[in-house]
Design a protein around this ligand. Structure first.
Ligand code: C2E
Ligand code: MG
Ligand code: MG
Length: 567
């Protein structure tokens, strides 16, 4: 009780009445709970309302007054954007006037003569509560930046549309900005806000033309629930073009995921799928639109299954490490120089699953570290086993994922493996994908720099798929550049691709690092690379990744070739 009195005490109420007695009575009733100010006529009332616009919680307004009567005050207030937010209770003795006042925007009425004090206090309290609740709601209902619905209200209204207007077949559309955090970081938050506002405006314009509602869910994620559109590519282009015109000097790319209406899916389920579709095209600047279909549902179910089964798979040792040789082609005959360890999942029911199917999934939630440390352990033991059996060390590369780089115990764990198996650091090479370097430059430089200082050799994987500039490359710590296989694929047929490969070989020469060409499948590709000065090659031309037992034939062949030479 005391608490509520303390809270309500500071609220301000304006009493407007030309009769002094009435003002005194009302003041007496209200003054324990509110700060009361008084006016004798409408003109004074308006002046006080304007002065205390922000503080006033309520106006009690007499209708019959000289100078400016209550109806004129109501009329004035109704047309003033600020003043109309303050609720007004009219004081009247006439039944007919009550209805008119309510139609003119009064929130309630109190009949004269004033009798029950408690009733007056309760009415004033209730109207204030209602009006404040309403203000709170409208603040939370809309996102300030874009004036689109906030997430909760959006779902509330979407659910109502879904329940009460089932004939409106509404689709879920999700729009995201690529690399929004970098755009913010590079151009400043104000610029980022401008971009969001601009998209908000274009969504409003779109909704003026069609039936639907929209929200900014969070940061740069927009949701539109709208009646089926004939062409979503055109819709995405519309937003993209608007952005291009708005920010001609900054490259901003949008992506869009759509889940078309389906009778048994409610808005939450629709938007989950639209978001999944939108995530699928992350980073795909060529095809930034994805419409969710049944294949994706199957894919999602498979993903769920793999997530559920991961634990069991590690316990039952369902993961197998395969090895693919890398050859030095500048020797004649080519010499086995090292191997790459590549994971496979032998699932008891789903069969052999390739890393392309589960690595990105586990990378998304950090579980990849479990898989990776298993592979590192297996690979380290394998290097030691082959060393003990054949008397020389064949270095093996293992893959690191982004999540590993953020693990503070990474350096210690890898060092421990080297020590446990009595290896030297350069026996186990570490492959880090190029895009990981460009995503978080500082962290990468620190961690990879530290690993290199220990003595590990770093291979930059998938080179050409990230976006490192020459300038960045020269300051990045790595020893070997692994040219992505897309460059090699067409070098026989395409002059442009051949030139690109030569350019990469030149860059490597400039940086004084070795190059591994990945995905070499034919003799023709091999010869072009050899002539271009590329020394190391990995690909089906020599072998697919194979289990360790099978890989031993390459080692044995190497051993016997050495013996031949010695003879
Ligand atoms: P990556 O590290 O770039 O590995 C090379 C991929 O190219 C391997 O695919 C390999 O089988 C394939 N490949 C090699 N030669 C050829 C060829 O001549 N033609 C074609 N078409 N493909 C060739 P794989 O084994 O399916 O692995 C795919 C990717 O999965 C790897 O790309 C790597 O990014 C990731 N990955 C594999 N094992 C691991 C692991 O233990 N940990 C992590 N984090 N990622 C892994
Ligand atoms: Mg690799
Ligand atoms: Mg690679």
């Amino acid at each position: 009780m005391i608490r509520s009195k303390q809270i309500t005490y500071t609220r301000m109420v304006l009493v407007v009445d030309d009769q002094e007695l009435n003002r005194d009575v009302l003041e007496m009733i209200l003054e324990d709970s509110y700060k009361v100010i008084c006016a004798e006529n409408g003109k004074e009332a308006i002046a006080l309302m304007q002065k205390h616009c922000e503080e006033l919680s309520l106006v009690l307004l007499d209708l019959m007054m000289p100078v400016m009567n209550g109806f004129e005050v109501l009329e004035f207030v109704r047309n003033d954007e600020e003043l109309r937010k303050i609720p007004v209770i009219v004081l009247t003795a006439e039944k007919k006037a009550e209805l008119k006042a309510l139609q003119m925007g009064a929130a309630d009425f109190i009949t004269k003569p004033f009798d029950m004090h408690e009733v007056i206090l309760a009415r004033a309290g209730r109207i204030i509560e209602l009006s404040e609740g309403r203000k709170l709601i409208s603040a939370a209902e809309k996102d300030k930046l874009t004036n689109l619905y906030s997430r909760n209200f959006f779902y509330e209204y979407a659910n109502r549309l879904y329940a009460y207007q089932p004939d409106l077949h509404m689709d879920a559309v999700v729009i995201n900005i690529e690399q929004f955090h970098s755009i913010n970081a590079v151009n400043g938050r104000d610029f980022g806000d401008d971009v969001l506002r601009m998209i908000g405006r274009e969504i409003h314009a779109f909704l003026d033309e069609t039936q639907g509602i929209a929200s900014r869910f969070e940061a740069d994620r927009f949701a539109i629930y709208c009646v089926q559109q004939p062409d979503y590519r055109a819709l995405l282009d519309r937003f993209q073009n608007k952005i291009n015109r708005f920010t001609p000097n900054v490259n901003i790319h949008l992506r869009m995921g759509v889940k078309p209406w389906k009778d048994n899916l409610d808005p939450v389920e629709l938007f989950d799928r639209a978001r999944a579709a939108c995530n699928m095209v992350r980073g795909d600047y060529q095809n930034p639109l994805m419409v969710y279909d049944e294949d994706m549902r199957m894919r999602e179910m498979l993903n769920q299954r793999m997530l559920n089964d991961l634990r069991k798979a590690t316990e039952e040792r369902e993961f197998k490490v395969y090895y693919q040789p890398k050859y030095d082609i500048q020797c004649d005959p080519p010499r086995l120089s090292s191997a790459e360890a590549l994971i496979r999942w032998k699932h008891p029911e789903l069969g052999m699953i390739s890393p392309g199917d589960f690595v990105p999934l586990f990378e998304g939630n950090g579980l990849i570290s479990v898989v990776d440390s298993y592979v590192w352990q297996e690979a380290a033991r394998q290097i030691a086993r082959w060393r003990d059996k054949y008397g020389f060390v064949l270095p093996v590369s293992v893959n690191l994922s982004r999540a590993d780089v953020y693990d503070p115990s990474l350096v210690d764990n890898l060092t421990q493996l080297i020590e446990d198996n009595k290896l030297e650091f350069h026996h186990m090479k570490l492959e880090v994908t190029e895009s990981a370097y460009t995503e978080n430059v500082k962290q990468m430089l620190d961690v990879v720099g530290c690993l290199r200082e220990k003595g590990f050799q770093i291979e930059m994987d998938d080179f050409g798929t990230g976006y490192s500039s020459l300038n960045m490359l020269s300051s990045m710590p790595f020893d070997v550049l692994k040219m992505d296989m897309k460059f090699v694929r067409n070098i026989e047929a395409s002059e442009t691709d051949r030139r690109l490969v030569m350019l990469i070989l030149d860059i490597a020469k400039y940086l004084k690092v070795q190059v591994v060409a990945e995905g070499v499948e034919t003799e023709g590709q091999l010869q072009i690379l050899k002539q271009g000065g590329c020394s190391l090659v990995q690909g089906y031309y020599f072998s697919r990744p194979v289990p360790p037992e099978e890989f031993e034939t390459f080692i044995q062949r190497e051993v016997s070739q050495e013996r031949e030479k010695e003879k």
